[in-house]
Design a protein around this ligand. Structure first.
Ligand code: SAM
Length: 277
């Protein structure tokens, strides 16, 4: 099995990135021992907080655990070279267990029956949400790459709830149109595809009435390695996230909370469903 690279939550934190750099610099230069020790301690504490949160949270089900491990072991470079996937689909795209358990909890607290995911990859978040659905519940997950969808299907078919997950292959905007034509509505919508598409996905969800009454939208990667508040340009597509976040902030029709879980998660509900006073 391929060696698992460090994809833990702290690796998305720019403070962690800068502390690693400070630690490197402190080793090169004539830096007092106590300052070096403080830098090392700060690095350790960021890691320990993350590990503590992981330890205190529900572990993945056997099926989800298997899916996560299989995703890391999969030969993505070969899939790209052989033309089955049009880009190198790095396992860093995977929603890790910490976030998967969060969205599973939100799905169950919402008493959701119908879930929409925009951005399937190998099915980690789809599976976590499917595990929280009743017997007749359904996750519809959108994926543009057939090669990735095939891999996801083979992983999901090994899970006891894989049959609750329907994959739609194609550009998400087209699939959203099809779902809207069928007048489908979703209790939870998880947005986690191409970041440049986020603004349009959000607008389409409301314009086409895809969010059920009392529905919740969950959006991943809204902190984009810290770029929206650091002013740095660590990620190539962070401008799209800044535009998206600003649009949500300006939207007076929704109640929203941004939480620093992993690479940042936005939780959004209609104002009328949240403010009952
Ligand atoms: C960050 S990954 C999703 C991770 C996934 N939610 C999980 O639980 O691991 C984003 C996925 O969206 C897909 N994608 C990118 N652009 C898309 C588009 N326009 N329409 C549909 N899917 C798209 C990518 O191929 C990729 O598999």
């Amino acid at each position: 099995m391929a060696e698992r690279r460090d994809d833990r939550s702290y690796t998305y934190d720019p403070v962690y990135r800068h502390l690693l750099r400070a630690r490197e610099l402190s080793q090169l230069n004539d830096v007092p021992q106590d300052l070096k020790a403080e830098i090392n301690r700060a690095v350790e504490l960021l890691q320990q907080r993350c590990l503590y949160c992981e330890d205190q949270s529900t572990k993945p089900s056997p099926a989800l655990d298997h899916l996560i491990k299989e995703t890391f072991a999969y030969p993505w470079e070969d899939a790209h070279k052989e033309g089955r996937v049009s880009y190198y689909a790095t396992p860093r795209m995977l929603t890790g267990n910490d976030e998967a358990q969060l969205i599973k909890l939100i799905t169950s607290a919402s008493k959701a029956n119908m879930v929409l995911e925009i951005g399937l990859y190998t099915g980690c978040s789809s599976l976590a949400m499917a595990e929280a659905l009743p017997k007749d519940g359904k996750v519809v997950s959108l994926e543009i790459e057939k090669g990735i969808a095939d891999v996801a299907r083979s992983f999901l078919d090994r899970s006891p709830v894989g049959n609750k997950i329907e994959i739609m292959i194609g550009p998400a905007l087209n699939s959203l149109e099809i779902l809207a034509e069928k007048r489908m509505k979703f209790d939870v919508i998880y947005i986690d595809a191409d970041k440049k598409g986020y603004v349009q996905y959000y607008k389409t969800i409301f314009e086409k009435d895809l969010l059920a009454s009392e529905g919740t939208i969950i959006v991943d990667n809204v902190l984009k390695s810290g770029d929206p508040y650091s002013g740095e340009k660590y990620e190539s597509n962070s401008d799209a996230i800044v535009e998206f976040n600003d649009m949500v902030l300006r939207d007076k029709n929704v109640h929203k909370v941004m939480i620093p879980v992993r690479d940042g998660v936005y939780l959004i509900r209609r104002m009328e469903d949240t403010d009952k006073a």
